[in-house]
Write a protein that binds this ligand. Structure first.
Ligand SMILES: Cc1cc2nc3c(=O)[nH]c(=O)nc-3n(C[C@H](O)[C@H](O)[C@H](O)COP(=O)(O)OP(=O)(O)OC[C@H]3O[C@@H](n4cnc5c(N)ncnc54)[C@H](O)[C@@H]3O)c2cc1C
Ligand code: FES
Length: 289
């Protein structure tokens, strides 16, 4: 049977690419004061399987649509999770969504963390700032579950604003229990906080990974990524073995509107996860000159 095509000759957009599918909120977890994780289950048809690092466009009906990374691990039959920071009208409406209510979901879109080919003796250095831990959460779960004694280690280096802003504390503890090296620093300490205070790059100075056999994954605010990638390279990691997740304002999510253009990249299509060596290094540096 021949594949159906539109008059342009392009295959028709797959289900869930253009029209939001209704998903029901089946779980709602307040992570910290301004971040909520919504667990969503399809009301009707299921969208295609996702890979960690990809994002969905979530619609708060009557308010608008925003790009939100998938923060759960793929493969399970359960609900798909999104962790949302309340920064404006749409994210506020999503954070307010109650169990049983319906939101729209388009996706999954974009590239994912390339961890498929990572060898067993490779150290994986994961660096996250704030809500940037959300798109990495599924991948870290996967990495930690796959690691064997005597193989490469997983380093999870996290920077948060303050102790009461630490996201996914239960996950961090679980990964530590399962053998990952987890370190958390905060910008501003508080009474009772005994961990480090300072920027996340300070954790990179002491982490005992072996640069020549390491890969790194980084996600966070742009300024944090700029300093983190530079610090990773200074520690001796090959830029081509560093992946970063870029963030731009999105509208279509499928490479049609140009809203997310960054140099030669359409971040919704060519990203959000890109290799640092090549294009992203130039872009991160140029934008901040
Ligand atoms: C690929 C991708 C994945 C993302 N994943 C997550 C996630 O997992 N969790 C999460 O909380 N947020 C995520 N975001 C950011 C999220 O899309 C924005 O916070 C959201 O669009 C803000 O919309 P709003 O209407 O609530 O706020 P607005 O009123 O539109 O904006 C509020 C503030 O946020 C800024 N802002 C708006 N959109 C963006 C953006 N795309 N990037 C940076 N700043 C922005 C505005 O300039 C303004 O300062 C992601 C963005 C992208 C592109
Ligand atoms: S969001 Fe439209 S081209 Fe990327």
């Amino acid at each position: 049977m021949t594949e159906t095509t539109e008059p342009t000759g392009r295959p028709p957009p797959r289900r869930g690419a253009l029209v939001p599918e209704p998903y029901r909120v089946v779980g709602r977890q307040v992570e910290v004061a301004d971040v909520v994780t919504l667990a969503l289950e399809p009301h009707r048809g299921q969208l295609p399987a996702f890979a960690p690092g990809q994002f969905n466009m979530l619609t708060a009906f009557g308010v608008g649509e925003v790009a939100i990374s998938i923060s759960s691990a793929p493969g399970g039959a359960g609900a798909v999770e999104h962790s949302i920071r309340d920064v404006g009208a749409v994210t506020h409406a999503l954070c307010e969504a109650r169990i049983g209510s319906v939101v729209g979901v388009r996706g999954p879109f974009g590239t994912h963390w390339g961890i498929g080919g990572i060898g067993e003796d490779t150290d994986v250095v994961v660096v996250a700032g704030g809500i940037g831990l959300a798109p990495l959460r599924g991948t870290v779960r996967d990495l930690v579950a796959r690691r064997r004694d005597g193989g490469g280690r997983v380093y999870v280096l996290v920077g948060m604003r303050s102790p009461d802003q630490i996201l996914f504390a239960a996950d961090l503890e679980d990964w530590r229990r399962r053998g990952a090296d987890v370190a958390v620093t905060v910008d501003v300490g508080a009474q009772g906080w005994q961990g480090p205070v300072g920027v996340v790059t300070s954790l990179l100075l002491d982490a005992p990974f072996e640069p020549a056999r390491s890969v790194a994954l980084a996600c966070g605010p742009e300024i944090m990524m700029r300093f983190t990638t530079r610090a990773l390279v200074d520690r001796g990691i090959d830029p081509r073995r560093i992946q970063v997740s870029l963030e731009r304002n999105m509208q279509c999510g499928i490479g049609l509107c140009g809203h997310c253009q960054l140099g030669p990249l359409l971040v919704c299509r060519d990203g959000p996860v890109v290799s640092y060596g090549g294009v992203a290094d130039q872009l991160l540096m140029e934008r901040n000159r």
